[in-house]
Ligand binder design. Structure first.
Ligand code: ZN
Length: 135
């Protein structure tokens, strides 16, 4: 049959979309739209609708939460500041004032800051010791 010959030589069409778990979309080629996408992933139809709905919900949640007041939080200049801010963030997480991903991002930023601060302080102390030793 002419049609089966044609099917063998042609690559089966696949939707370029991804499923929520990151694996390729497996919608059968006969269900793909003219654009080559399946109904769910066609960008002209608003891409992955379920994905958008989830993302929209997250964004709306983030918008409702204003975050912490920068004036109340204060500056991050000393290890004491870092401890104060970490404590404040922990309370914000416990009370639901901030979303967990926000708190985690902020806490890891404070941690990075402390690492950099400590490395900087050690560097300066080492410089000082070297200067004294050179005398
Ligand atoms: Zn698809």
């Amino acid at each position: 049959m002419a049609t089966s010959d044609k099917l063998e030589t042609e690559q089966p069409r696949r939707c370029p979309g991804m499923k929520a778990d990151g694996s390729p979309c497996r919608v059968p080629s006969e269900m793909l739209l003219a654009s080559g996408w399946c109904l769910l992933h066609d960008p002209a139809r608003g891409a992955d609708r379920t994905g958008n709905a989830t993302l929209g919900g997250v964004k709306a949640g983030a918008k409702r939460r204003k975050g912490l007041d920068p004036d109340a939080l204060g500056k991050l200049e000393t290890p004491e500041d870092a401890m104060r801010i970490s404590a404040r963030l922990t309370i914000a997480a416990a009370t639901g004032e901030l979303a967990a991903p926000q708190v985690n991002a902020a806490l890891s930023a404070v941690k990075e800051w402390r690492k950099a601060y400590e490395a900087d302080v050690l560097d300066k102390r080492l410089d000082e010791l070297e200067r004294r030793g050179a005398r």
